[in-house]
Design a protein around this ligand. Structure first.
Ligand code: CA
Length: 225
């Protein structure tokens, strides 16, 4: 298991390095965001410990750039106590977990082990299917360069379809994902919302990406890259 520790406070960096080496990890240290990005693109790390406050680009930007480069190494962000905004921002930038400073080394180890178990499968923060893009964190969606205004339900429906692009989803599956259990299952609410969505993501662009599969349900054409 090889870990990249990104921390510019040398004392903490060396403490982490030696502690992790004692546990059998191979450890590299980066002291800036730029160095972290270059290192993690070049070497496939099993996990990254990433501090937020760094010289040059910060931990958020480093994490964003890594995910943009398709580097999916599980990432644990170190954040200051009582800073909810940083924790939220870190996760939205593509981090997988966070640890509040100061932390116990045992907890860091346990979190790292849990992250390594989950592996480095692609988990983009922004969904893309052909030229449709959707950002769940900011609730924004685009067709090519054009931003599309969606209601909360339309957004949820599009997100569900994009996460399963190319697959046929039944009305029931869509109902289950987007509407509460109490919703009247016989209603045509799904068909109505598919219509709303087509008016926003397809018709203005001369597209037919949202297909009706007769007798089964709906499918968003295309695959995630
Ligand atoms: Ca730091």
């Amino acid at each position: 298991m090889r870990v990249l520790v990104v921390e510019d406070e040398l004392k903490l960096a060396s403490l982490l390095q030696h502690g992790l080496e004692d546990e059998g990890f191979g450890v590299d240290v980066a002291v800036s965001g730029e160095q972290a990005v270059a290192g993690a693109v070049a070497t496939e790390y099993d996990a990254i410990v990433l501090d937020i406050v760094l010289p040059g680009i910060d931990g958020f930007e480093a994490c964003r750039r890594l995910r943009a480069e398709q580097v999916w190494s599980p990432t644990l962000m170190l954040t200051a106590r009582d800073d909810v905004e940083s924790r939220v921002r870190g996760l939205d930038c593509g981090a997988d977990d966070y640890l509040l400073k100061p932390f116990s080394f045992d907890e860091l180890l346990a979190r790292l082990r849990a992250l390594v178990r989950r592996g480095a499968a692609p988990r983009p923060t922004v969904l893309e299917v052909d030229d449709l893009r959707l950002d769940p964190a900011t609730h924004r969606a685009w067709r090519g360069p054009i931003e599309i205004e969606l209601t909360a339900r339309e957004f949820a429906l599009l997100e569900t379809l994009m996460r399963r692009a190319g697959r046929v989803l039944s009305r029931f599956e869509l109902l289950e994902h987007i509407w509460s259990e109490s919703y009247e299952h016989r209603s045509n609410v799904v068909d109505v919302y598919i219509g709303y969505l087509r008016d926003k993501i397809d018709r203005p662009f001369g597209r037919q990406s949202l297909e009706t599969v007769r007798g089964v349900g709906y499918r968003l054409r295309g695959t995630e890259p």
